[in-house]
Design a protein around this ligand. Structure first.
Ligand SMILES: Nc1ncnc2c1ncn2[C@@H]1O[C@H](COP(=O)(O)OP(=O)(O)OP(=O)(O)O)[C@@H](O)[C@H]1O
Length: 313
């Protein structure tokens, strides 16, 4: 431990043999039996840290509340040591701090566990079990990694040992390398169809009520003004004749662009066509039937560079 104002030399000099308030507390416990009734964090109530001498001295006057620096759980042993320092009294060595009911544990974490300070990992075991009823093994593995990194799982090995079978599902399948094709005369699905039916976007597009959409499209069409109508016809002809094209339509606010999109979307969908309705902002996307933001639909990265690409298949 060192202070901000200390020079590098002073810090280096102190490394390894400096008497810190913590080692001073251990020493005070060794020397003074009356010091042993306090935890490290309570110590400043009766004792004063003498900065120069680097020793604790009995308090003559005043009152101080002890405070231990915050330690992030990711610091592992340091974090568990800090936890113990709020509880153990009269320790004279670090080994004694991690001794519980006469048993000296190898780590501070194990000592915390023996004292029942760590929450059981039940919730994480339960979360993996629950997720296994709907998630695939690769997703479960991702979940396991997320838990291990961010969720302060007290015993990751135990979590792994009790759940590895769930996580290894696909691994076993890959090792077996067997499928319906290995069995003579077994019907085998047409994979192109399987792929098509598993595409959520195509499935969504095929779930529209085409009759209702056709009626809606007719109503909207009837309301198009001449300018909208001309643009509408041009675009629809391109779609119907499969000639393709790129159109840029612009106009001041409120001149009927969204109305035009809605008419096109309804008409094309009513004919069984697929329309990916996207807009640049969430609010604009809400105005389109089943619209999404382009970033969401095409997985466009927020920060772009020359290698960026978006995912759509
Ligand atoms: N041909 C039309 N017949 C009847 N109402 C229309 C017609 N065109 C547009 N509107 C109506 O005018 C209003 C504004 O139209 P719309 O929202 O399509 O404009 P916009 O150009 O998309 O506006 P913005 O650029 O602000 O988004 C809406 O209430 C819309 O229903």
């Amino acid at each position: 431990m060192f202070e901000d104002h200390e020079s590098l030399d002073q810090v280096l000099e102190g490394v390894g043999h400096a008497n810190t308030p913590l080692t001073g507390w251990l020493e005070a416990n060794r020397k003074y039996p009356n010091a042993r009734k306090l935890t490290y964090h309570e110590f400043p109530t009766d004792w004063v840290w003498q900065r120069k001498e680097k020793k604790w001295k009995g308090r003559d006057e005043g009152f101080k509340i002890g405070r231990i620096y915050f330690v992030h759980p990711a610091s592992e042993e340091l974090y568990y040591l800090r936890m113990l320092l709020n509880i153990v009294r009269g320790s004279t060595t670090f080994a004694e701090i991690r001794t519980v009911n006469g048993i000296e544990f190898a780590t501070f974490k194990e000592a915390c566990n023996a004292l029942g300070l760590l929450e059981g990992d039940n919730e994480w075991h339960q979360a993996l079990q629950d997720a296994s009823s709907w998630a695939h093994a690769p997703q479960l593995r991702e979940l396991f990694v997320t838990m291990s990194i961010f969720c302060e799982v007290s015993n990751p090995t135990d979590l792994w040992e009790k759940n590895w079978e769930l996580l290894s599902d696909v691994v076993l399948y890959r090792q077996r390398k067997r499928s319906l094709t290995n069995y003579a005369n077994m019907p085998f699905p047409d994979m192109s169809l399987v792929q098509q039916t598993s595409n959520r976007m195509i499935l969504e597009e095929q779930m529209f009520d085409m009759a209702t959409l056709a009626e809606e499209a007719s109503n909207l069409e009837a309301g198009l003004n001449p300018e909208q109508s001309s643009v509408y016809r041009q675009i629809l002809d391109n779609v119907e004749n499969r000639t393709g094209g790129v159109f840029f339509i612009y106009g001041s606010g409120g001149t009927g662009k969204t109305y035009l999109w809605s008419t096109l979307i309804s008409r094309i969908r009513s004919q069984g066509g697929i329309v990916i309705a996207v807009a640049s902002s969430g609010i604009a996307a809400l105005l389109l039937h089943c619209g999404r933001t382009a970033h969401s639909r095409f997985s466009i990265p927020i920060n772009l560079n020359e290698n960026s690409c978006c995912r759509i298949s």
